[in-house]
Design a protein around this ligand. Structure first.
Ligand code: NAI
Length: 428
């Protein structure tokens, strides 16, 4: 086993023990990842990614690590760093770094300078493919390493915020290679964003605080895919759910689902727990903190740490202290304490005990990532610069592997049904 240079190895007191622990976490996850396991068999046999260099900025934990190894087993050289300074598991980063085709630069809790140094170190591998969660790697390549763009066949983007940013970049005519919107495909968004974010955000908040949701007013900021999951699972734990929205149809959906829908100005005084899932900024600000109950919990499940305005909160506070590991209490002039979980960063990944989404949903998301990377290598020339939907046949391929692994059988259309569905001539 030979390590490449990596700051994580230097940082760890006992890298060998860390590597073993990281490997154990990866092995546990892989047992519940039938899609990656099946793809691994074909990737090992066919080596479809031979000769490619993949630059990744993703949450470096056990499930992602299995994707990274799959890509390396497919023949690629892979360099990876984190996409959030608090979501890295150092032991997993060390385990990855021991693979001869993988270099991991991710270290938990680094400052901004070290975080961006690691991004630059990844790009120094001269990637031919980028895989992002939040678009930072695409941005860095375009802004600081444009000379690499001609040799980059394409990229894949994991999350809603990254896809939003890429579409904005594309609309400005600035995106210079094709990127698959992995987030937007059914096998990702309908499971990862909904069930994954719902279950893991609530589990992380419960474990971090040792508090229950039952009987509490849980305010969910944003009723998109993630918000729907958080609301549904909170209701399943006997919370009273209040939704805030800015989009009329989403507000109506929440209303028809039976939730209270209120402006944040009103919800602020009602909530016991606040969870933002908007991908937007300043969802909870000064005027809201001023009317909140004593002891509220504030958490964010959106990609960036700008949904709960902590600068406003800090300005109002007369004191701040660590109330529990992962929970910071801000004391207001009137004595109320407002508790921020995981520094307002995406709670299910950045809290000290956070494990991210359940393994099963990440198997789906990363299965899509893997087939998208394979598609870029095999047919990259067919895609122009810009954001692309994941081809439907790739989404179906991953769904079929998952259903077979679960032992779920389903019907298929007969020739007559297919002909009927494709025809416009049948009427009453
Ligand atoms: P989405 O676009 O489906 O939903 C966002 C919703 O927030 C929309 O309905 C929008 O109208 C609403 N919204 C925007 N500004 C608002 C405001 N000021 N107040 C109230 N509502 C507002 O997006 P999706 O897929 O639900 O993702 C949301 C965020 O979560 C993104 O940042 C995404 O990257 C992130 N994400 C986080 C995950 C995690 O593991 N924590 C997993 C997947 C996505």
């Amino acid at each position: 086993m030979s390590d490449h240079y990596s700051p994580v190895v230097e940082h760890l007191a006992d890298p060998e023990t860390a590597r073993e622990e990281g490997r154990r976490k990866m092995d546990w996850a892989l047992q519940h990842m039938p899609i990656l396991s099946e793809l691994r068999e074909s990737f090992l046999a066919d080596r479809p990614l031979e000769g490619e260099v993949i630059a990744m900025a993703m949450h470096v934990e056990a499930k992602t690590a299995n994707l990274v190894e799959l890509l390396a087993d497919g023949g690629a050289e892979v360099a990876i760093t984190g996409c959030n300074p608090l979501s890295t598991h150092d032991d997993v980063s060390a385990a990855l770094n021991a693979h001869e085709n993988i270099t991991s630069y991710a270290v938990r809790g680094v400052d901004d300078e070290a975080y961006y140094d690691a991004m630059h170190a990844v790009v120094a591998h001269d990637p031919t493919i980028t895989v992002d969660d939040g678009m930072d790697m695409v941005k860095l390549v375009h802004e600081e390493y444009p000379e690499l763009i001609d040799s980059i066949v394409g990229g894949a983007e994991e999350t809603t915020t990254g896809v939003h940013r890429l579409r904005a970049m594309d609309a400005d005519g600035e995106l210079r290679y094709p990127v698959f919107a992995v987030n937007d495909t059914p096998m990702k968004r309908l499971f990862d964003n909904v069930h994954g974010t719902g279950e893991s955000s609530l589990a992380t908040i419960a474990m971090t605080t040792n508090l229950s949701f039952a009987g509490k007013n849980v305010v969910v900021g944003g009723y998109g895919y993630c918000g729907k999951g958080v609301a549904k699972k909170a209701a399943g734990q006997n919370a009273n759910v209040i939704v805030t929205e800015v989009e009329p149809r989403r507000a109506l959906e929440a209303h028809m689902e039976g939730y209270d829908v209120l402006p944040m100005d009103e919800a602020a005084a009602e909530g016991d727990v606040f969870i933002t899932t908007t991908g937007n900024r300043d969802v909870i600000t000064k005027e809201h903190f001023e009317v909140m109950k004593d002891g509220v919990l504030l958490a964010n499940a959106g990609h960036f740490d700008v949904e709960v305005n902590l600068e406003d909160l800090d300005e109002l506070a007369v004191d701040r202290f660590e109330a529990r590991e992962g929970v910071e209490a801000y004391e207001m002039p009137d004595g109320r304490e407002l508790n921020v979980i995981a520094e307002g960063r995406l709670v299910n990944l950045a809290a000290p005990i956070a494990l991210g989404h359940p393994v099963e949903v990440m198997d789906q998301s990363f299965g899509i990532q893997a087939v998208c990377v394979r598609e870029l290598v095999e047919n990259g020339d067919d895609y122009e610069a810009g954001v692309h939907d994941v081809p439907d046949d790739l989404d179906r391929e991953v769904a079929e592997i998952k259903l077979a692994a679960e032992g779920v059988e389903y019907d298929s259309l007969s020739a007559e049904q297919r002909e009927y569905m494709d025809s416009w001539e049948h009427g009453t």
